[in-house]
Write a new protein. Structure first.
Length: 172
């Protein structure tokens, strides 16, 4: 009787892949897994960075409002006379603790209606805007500081409403 050839899956019939091919397969698989994990984590880190930028913007706006508050306490609660953001920034620059805030304050949109006004004359300081940050936050939101020195992140539509509110003084 003649011998049968060995089956196809026997150890003699199997050919071994070269070690280089195994390295390519293993490292290719690891690279694909790494890319997949990276793709999943990028949105997480992006959202965290956006939240940090939002908190930093709000913090900067609060510090600038606090600098204005300190200026007012030294000037009998009277706002400095100004017609441009550069003028108001020059008046309150001594109350800043760094150049970054000083530079940011000159980019703000300041409410010219409060120039030279005393706090006691304002009818509604909590709804009278002091400045608006030029830096957009989530969507169309921006930080707005009010004359009672609180800061709120408001959408553009609300900012327009606040800016168009009647400005009232108790006494001339």
């Amino acid at each position: 009787m003649s011998e049968l050839p060995p089956p196809q899956n026997s150890p003699q019939a199997r050919k071994q892949l070269p070690i280089g091919v195994w390295f390519v397969i293993v490292f290719g698989t690891l690279a694909l897994c790494g890319c997949g994990i990276g793709a999943l984590l990028i949105p997480v880190f992006s959202k965290a960075r956006h939240e940090v930028d939002t908190m930093r913007s709000e913090s900067d706006a609060k510090l600038i409002a606090q600098a204005v508050s300190l200026y007012l306490s030294d000037s009998n609660d009277r706002m400095p006379p100004f017609s441009t953001s550069t003028e108001v920034t020059e008046k309150i620059k001594g109350y800043f603790s760094g150049d970054k805030l000083f530079n940011l304050s000159s980019e703000l949109e300041w409410n010219n209606n409060v120039s030279s006004v005393t706090l006691q004359k304002l009818q509604d300081p909590a709804n009278t805007w002091l400045f608006i940050s030029p830096i957009p936050l989530a969507g169309d939101r921006r930080d707005v500081a009010f004359m009672d020195f609180h800061v709120s992140a408001l959408p553009l539509q609300e900012i327009n409403r606040v800016k168009n509110m009647p400005f009232g003084l108790d006494k001339p």
